[in-house]
Design a binder for this molecule. Sequence first.
Ligand code: ZN
Length: 388
Amino acid sequence: MTSCPRWAVTVSAGLALCAAALVPGTAAAAPAPPAPTSASAVGGDALRLPTGWAVRRTAVAERTGLRSPAAAHVRRAIDPADHTCGATQLSGYVGGLLGGLSGSALQFLLTSGALDFPTYDALFFGTSRDPRYAPPAQHRAPLTRAFRDAQRFWDVPSGDIELLAMHGTVLQDRVRLTRLLTVVYGLDRADAEPYASAVVDTLAQIPELRGGDHPIFTLNAFAFTAEGQSDPFVAALPDKLVFGDGILDFLEHAGLGDVGARAVLGHEFGHHVQFERDLFASPLVGAEATRRTELMADAFGTYFATHKRGLALNARRVVQAQQTFFEVGDCGFEDPGHHGTPLQRRRASEWGAALAARARAQGKVLPSMTVARQFDAALPGLVAPDAR
Ligand SMILES: [Zn+2]
């Protein structure tokens, strides 16, 4: 597949987004690289990985189109030569999160699958009615209000989208981990139960990781739709908009606590508008297609977040938030196949803000397809190398 799957979109078009969409089982049948059978010893006990673990992890990543954007940063912490990412606010933040962790603790993060467990648990089992997936207290009311505002603002059916959070504390829950390992990773219960316990116990030996209640495990947000999904289990899931605690923490850390979460919500809701309006379809393919949909989500998100009938937030702050946010999962700025440079992302956001500002006098909200058509007409200018 040359274009990205349209049904699960991370915050910002990282590699995770572009994992090829395969039917379940396809990846498991492919030849696998030699996989470690254990993570390095933490506190003296080696974590024994389940049989075929690396292959199972790849299969789940391909099935969902989602993978933790934190893994690249952990790899770099282990081997500083492995630097696919330039220095950004995010890399400074993650460096602070990982500083002080031992080599074996970093290996545990990388090989155990724990970095992905909160994401997959929320995707497959989280519901907005379950308090274990409620946004953290200080964000709950503003996020819920902004979500309802977005539902009212955009002219697409969105009543079926569930807003929920993912928390790293699932990593303390042997029962939920066992469910994830059996239902999603396909382990037998006899293998899943001891592995779930081993993950919980290993985490308990690394106090810095706070039993999973640590931003490194939830440094993501994503929009998901089951539409167009051939995997029956995945197709039965409701549409979702999922916020990780880690992304909220990063936005606070970046000084964007005032608008950050709502700007991100605007971007992710923009992906839901795209799902509903079939806006992932275009003559573009591969990275160019993804760049278009990501820039469009920035434009939609900023249009909504700054429009006086949307969230009426300060345009400069929202553009800043969108720029900061997209560092998550997207770090190959020098790569020509990149999904949008920081400058392009800023231009797309500013374009959305300008469109909202023009509507200020009449307080009019444009139909989503009008915004999309105007965006597509503006896109060549937004990505032109010589545009300011
Ligand atoms: Zn996005």
